[in-house]
Design a protein around this ligand. Structure first.
Ligand code: ADP
Ligand code: MG
Length: 239
């Protein structure tokens, strides 16, 4: 598959309706290969909708979504290059950690299932829990498993929907350092500025279904008045 020369992700004037409600009102942005971007916005802004469109789980009503030039709805090749962590990821509760990894690896048609499972157990520090049933895992370990399931096919692009939700501070730190080590294209949705700053270097800010600002953290800091915290700048842009 030749994916060179394409943006990792591009949205061109994307509109998404739920019934009569317009959730996305013409969203346009592009993320280059290797870019680490935050999709920042308040609850209800349209972050989850945007990620589902990129993951090919929703179809745009208007406009175009591309992942390395592929249409995530109709080009099945795109499934191989996209890793998606849903907002409330739910691994199979009655399977163990290892069984979840083996099952998803098999479903994804990975050749070296055994090696990949071992790699994920080590990467996410889940080996200690490999035989534990998901139903008995802590919230933090459940989230680590969900991240492992989104990574197991080595996707080129990672879509993470509020990846630090519900995690205690030590587990947040663990997940942050893990994600920072991965070194691949990432789009991370969050409503928390501090989370965006720890995981990414560029921001796409959305509110009420439109992109209201995009740029680097440096640019955002440059917009602050003397002594003003960056959160205030964000709040002002979103008002
Ligand atoms: N399945 C749905 N049916 C109707 N409205 C929805 C549905 N999913 C989301 N919405 C609405 O679309 C808007 C954007 O939702 P969402 O993408 O989940 O935002 P975010 O992830 O930023 O909180 C919200 O107003 C939400 O209530
Ligand atoms: Mg959401």
């Amino acid at each position: 598959m030749d994916t060179n020369g394409f943006d990792a992700i591009s949205l061109n004037n994307v509109v998404k309706l739920y019934g009569n409600f317009v959730a996305l009102k013409g969203v346009t942005f592009r993320i280059p290969d290797g870019g680490k971007y935050a999709l920042l916005g308040p609850n209800g802004a349209g972050k989850t909708t945007t990620l589902k469109l990129i993951a090919g789980l929703l179809k745009p009503d208007h406009g175009e979504v591309r992942v390395y030039g592929l249409d995530p709805i109709s080009d099945l090749e795109s499934k191989k290059i996209i890793g998606y962590l849903p907002e409330d990821a739910t691994p199979y509760r009655n399977l163990s950690v290892r069984e979840n990894l083996e099952y998803i690896a098999a479903l994804r048609g990975i050749d070296d299932v055994k090696d990949k499972v071992e790699e994920m157990l080590d990467l996410l520090k889940l080996r200690e829990y490999e035989r534990a049933k998901v139903a008995r895992l802590s919230r933090g370990n459940l989230q680590k498993l969900a991240i492992a399931l989104s990574l197991i096919h080595r996707p080129k692009v990672l879509l993470l929907d509020e990846p630090l939700n519900y995690l205690d501070i030590p587990t947040q730190e663990e997940v942050i350092s893990l994600l920072n080590k991965l070194g691949r294209t990432m789009l991370v949705s969050t409503h928390i500025m501090a989370v965006a700053g720890r995981l990414t270097d560029k921001i796409i800010m959305i509110s009420r279904g439109i992109v209201i600002w995009s740029g680097s953290f440096e640019e955002l800091k440059g917009m602050a008045n003397e002594g003003e915290p960056i959160e205030k700048v964000v709040a002002r842009l979103m008002a």
